[in-house]
Design a protein around this ligand. Structure first.
Ligand SMILES: CC(C)(COP(=O)(O)OP(=O)(O)OC[C@H]1O[C@@H](n2cnc3c(N)ncnc32)[C@H](O)[C@@H]1OP(=O)(O)O)[C@@H](O)C(=O)NCCC(=O)NCCS
Length: 181
């Protein structure tokens, strides 16, 4: 991925509502959820983001000299999640990718690889320098509904299948760092 084409940005519980709303708008344009769905609910986004261990990583496409702030083109929303049954690495806690998506015209440029790698760095910083091992990351997906995500995950052997859930959903965990080209 060209470092110059995209600018990396972050949102946290301290971020302005208008910026959170712009990422929610991108998410809605990708997932087209029912208006009453929790995925489309600004209050739900704010609630999940209110945890200091939650974060949204997003990318904007640099647009020359324009004075208008460029819109986000990719995002990843992660929040802390507890697992009633320990994961394969023994952990019961993870930073869980709740939602992630890339605008159609920006796919296949390494945006998701970049955002996952940044999330690993963020989690490592949160844990402090004394813990050098991989932080635990998880994600759920529905292969039949999100084939591009499933293909992406299966192409990366660092993502291990944890378990199959109801409704064709699967839970995966990350066991190692991505190798970004
Ligand atoms: C799934 C999704 C997030 C993947 O995002 P993405 O940014 O296109 O993914 P990446 O670019 O990181 O990886 C896609 C491919 O581009 C390739 N790529 C990486 N850098 C590249 C570059 N600079 N130029 C061209 N291709 C590149 C990668 O090698 C990868 O191919 P591979 O899987 O065959 O190895 C995106 O397809 C999407 O938004 N889908 C709809 C929403 C969705 O399914 N969300 C997940 C729900 S659980």
């Amino acid at each position: 991925m060209s470092e110059k084409a995209f600018e990396l940005k972050f949102l946290s519980h301290e971020s302005e509502d208008a910026v959170v709303a712009s990422i929610l708008q991108l998410s809605n344009s990708i997932f087209n959820p029912e208006s009453e769905s929790r995925y489309a609910s600004f209050e739900e986004w704010k609630r999940r983001l209110s945890d200091p261990a939650s974060s949204i990583v997003y990318l904007v496409h640099r647009s020359g000299r324009s004075t208008v702030p460029p819109p986000p083109v990719a995002f990843l929303f992660a929040h802390p999640r507890s697992h009633p049954e320990p994961l394969k690495n023994g952990s019961s806690q993870s930073s869980h990718i709740w939602l992630t998506g890339v605008s159609e015209e920006y796919r296949g440029r390494g945006c998701l690889d970049t955002m996952v790698d940044v999330l690993i760095d963020l989690e490592q910083q949160r844990r402090g320098s004394e813990l050098s091992s991989m932080p635990t990351l998880t994600v759920c997906t529905v292969p039949a509904a999100f084939p591009s995500m499933w293909t992406w995950l299966r192409a990366r052997t660092q993502w291990a299948l944890e378990k199959e859930l109801d409704g064709g959903k699967v839970l995966l965990s990350l066991t190692g760092r991505h190798d970004i080209q």
